[in-house]
Design a protein. Sequence first.
Length: 415
Amino acid sequence: MNLRRIISILFVLILICGQAWAKEKRDTYDELKTFAEVLDIVQKSYVELPSSKELIYGAIKGMLNSLDPHSSFLTPDEFKELQIETKGKFGGVGIEITVREGWLTVVSPIEDTPAYKAGLKPGDKIIKINNKPTKNMSLNEAVKLIRGPKGTKVTLTIWRKGFAEPKDFEITRSIISIKSVKVKTLEDQYGYIRLTSFQENTSKELAKALNELEKRHPIKGVILDVRNNPGGLLDEAVKVADEFLDEGLIVYTKGRLKGQGMQFVAHKNEKPHHYPIVVLVNEGTASAAEIVAGALQDHHRALIIGRPTFGKGSVQTIMPLEDGSALRLTTAWYYTPNGRSIQAKGITPDLIFEQDIEKVKYPHIHMIRERDLERHLKGEEELPIKKDEHKETDFLIDVALQVLKNWDSFTHLRY
């Protein structure tokens, strides 16, 4: 379609908006007029003839990038990658990344992946990918460069506090098949379940893991570990929380539009799990993982132990477009059952431990939270943090196990 025709259609759409938005229409019309003028100048005068599609895509990306850190424009290829990722299988190195102060920064390497085995750590800044500088590079572009076929190599140049100079990490890509649920039995009939992310089958894997634990012997308590869990699918987080709740609200959302307000409630389980639960969290516990922790905490179903979580309390809606591209747009806020906003403050644990094994081993690491991201949404007033007299530990699983064994002593923290 001719570029001028595209702009003309945009003008017509603006002109037919409701009368209540008359001033906004005029302002937007004037701004689109400037946009059309710039496009015309670029097409006529740029040293090389640019593609209309590239110019329009670039403009849309710039518009979305001016919003919060989680809104973005996805090209058709990027949209396909996102769909693949939610299925938990893709070619790459296995890291969760974000942008902080203009630099690509590692949130967390995914367990048992090439990045994890190569020694990448939370807080590492990726300053080059295959010798290409990454300053102000978009997340989508970075993902495209880092991912690739199994067996191929990618070199990430890393700056880490304590390094005398940046260091190259040559990593061989692999098929990253993320097993989102890991389970094992601890001593004295206590179970340990690790959730690494929330993908299409996470809730089914969890139900299977619980059945396996309960078949072996009666369970006295379970540790649910969601440390460094970056989140994922909302509906899977709801199902995971529902596995441990028999009734009540799990999470609700509020947005500007009526249809963006939703409520998700628990259902009575055919096979209830009435044993005590401890949930382990840290700064890497984000989004869907925070929903689970917040729901179990508000219903006094679990004791939350660790450090305040990441604080991503916003809802992103994927909106496919006709050409195969898509918008990932922040459209609403998450709220816990008691009405707490997660945004920019996260979930405050019932027992706060300033250090866990990761911080003891790597004291230089600065874990990133939502409030550290550029253009992060502010959310509501901070809630007061309730601290326990314990200050640190080097092994939270041991602490959680001791809490389960002395569950009645912690009733005051749950109520």
